[in-house]
Design a protein around this ligand. Structure first.
Ligand code: NAD
Length: 432
């Protein structure tokens, strides 16, 4: 099939490259001219495992193209995915300017039937607005369908998530649109759920809100564990073995972040509010997440007594491992809190350093975990990168000014670190 994807970010690039790999002809478009110029030369603007190779292969066999002309993308393909960003406006609402803009450009450049697929995460009823917008700006009375096809991929494992999803959700009004979407995704051989459009839109927000709830639940529980001397990892394991609960998203830590959960939760709370329902439960999920960062700061304070002028090594800047995405990263939030307290920060991340340099001042960026730990009074694990799981602790002990580890992701065995002579502070491991 001929497909255009408008918006070449994490979702657009991964979807575009994967659809090309499945044998389709794909045009990835973006209004960021610099980004597109780089992509044409094979420069990938994000770090996502396997993406560079996938794009290179499909550029070579000419199944994938990049353009900064949305007009060209609309004219060339019958199926047009909207995968632009939908960031938070700051008041909780999602900024849908990009979606509306793309809908108008599609309307003005359609020269025949088009299937418009809304892939960005959007509030319920956005597809109805896209439909109205296209109907308003369309030049000739060409037929079109709008479907909702929310994306569930996770950064860091985006390619395998896209190609092996638990389910593919398609909200469609017309049988034809549902059939085309089914045909498009058929090669993945995964369950396809066809729903009405509003249900599909809600499935995405509801899923993210539910996953965020699981994380805040286990983080809240970690507070109880700390107080009574229980181990939150054991509690999570015992809960997770219950098939009704499941073991995923029950890892206590410094809180969730990223470009999706915080903004999608805000948007969902706002949508509910606008519809006359005060979603108090989700407000509590959000508050718990915020408190968790302060809780970790408190733990650091308890261990160091005075933070001012202390040197703190922070390992991990990205909001999670295997990505360079810093959007709403709890690590960045924690660093900002520590800087406010007067700490000196030495930081290292395997992939996110370049992006971090643009948003963090007064931080010393180091080439590896050992350089970051040089003379530090405390070492904080803020992102669960695999390479941090295999550090040379004897070497670290010699380098650190003080053998104190605050494990914000619970990646270490407390007993082992204590045996090596470290003071270990984890999340939900009981009092030291
Ligand atoms: P992103 O910021 O990485 O990419 C968005 C791209 O859209 C950017 O390259 C931007 O230049 C482009 N863009 C914005 N306005 C445009 C316009 N008017 N015309 C053309 N291009 C435009 O965002 P992302 O992480 O890929 O997310 C895209 C959407 O998918 C969001 O709604 C997000 O919530 C959702 N989503 C993201 C993920 C994820 O893990 N990142 C997962 C599932 C869903």
């Amino acid at each position: 099939m001929n497909i255009s994807i408008i918006g070449s970010g994490y979702v657009g690039l991964v979807s575009g490259a994967c659809f090309a790999e499945l044998g389709n002809h794909v045009i990835c478009a973006d209004n960021d001219i610099k980004k597109i110029a780089g992509l044409k030369k094979g420069i990938i603007p994000i770090y996502e495992p396997g993406l560079e190779e996938l794009i290179a292969g499909n550029l070579k066999n000419k199944r994938l193209k990049f353009t900064s002309s949305i007009r060209e993308a609309v004219k060339s393909s019958e199926i047009i995915f909207i995968a632009v960003g939908t960031p938070s406006l700051g008041n909780g609402e999602a900024d849908l300017t990009g979606v509306e803009n793309v809908a108008r450009v599609i309307a003005q450049n359609m020269d025949g039937y088009r299937l418009i697929v809304e892939k960005s995460t959007v509030p319920v009823e956005t597809c109805a607005w896209i439909k109205k917008t296209i109907a308003t700006y369309i030049k000739k009375k060409h037929k079109f369908d709008v479907v909702s096809n929310p994306e569930f991929l996770r950064e860091g494992s985006a390619i395998s998530d896209f190609t092996h999803p638990d389910r593919i959700v398609v909200g469609a009004e017309s049988q034809k649109a549902g059939q085309v979407m089914t045909q498009l995704y058929q090669p993945l051989n995964r369950p396809i759920l066809i729903t009405n459009i509003k249900s599909a839109e809600l499935i995405k927000h509801a899923s993210n809100a539910f996953l965020a709830t699981k994380i805040s639940f286990i983080n809240a529980l970690s507070r109880i564990c700390d107080k009574v001397g229980a181990d939150v990892k054991e509690v999570a394991q015992g809960m997770g073995l219950d098939a009704r609960i499941g073991r995923h998203f029950l890892h206590a830590g410094i809180g969730y972040g990223g470009s999706c959960f915080p903004k999608d939760l805000d948007a969902f709370i706002t949508i509910a509010g606008n519809l006359g329902y005060d979603f108090k439960m989700l407000k509590a999920v959000r508050d718990t997440n915020q408190e968790q960062k302060e809780f970790v700061l408190q733990k650091i304070k308890e261990a160091l007594w005075i933070i001012k002028d202390k040197t703190i090594a922070v390992l991990g800047l990205a909001f999670k491992s295997n990505t360079d995405d810093l959007r709403n990263s709890p690590s960045i939030d924690l660093i900002k809190l520590l800087l406010q307290e007067g700490a000196k920060i030495r930081a290292y991340d395997p992939r996110a350093m370049e992006k971090a340099k643009n948003i963090l001042n007064d931080v010393i960026f180091c080439k590896d975990p050992y350089q970051a730990s040089q003379g530090a009074d405390c070492l904080i694990i803020a992102t669960e990168w695999n390479e941090f799981k295999e550090l040379d602790f004897l070497k670290l002990k010699k380098i650190l000014q003080r053998a104190l580890i605050v494990d914000g992701r619970n990646i270490y065995d407390p007993k082992q670190l204590k045996k090596l002579g470290f003071t270990y502070v984890g999340i939900g491991h009981g009092r030291e």
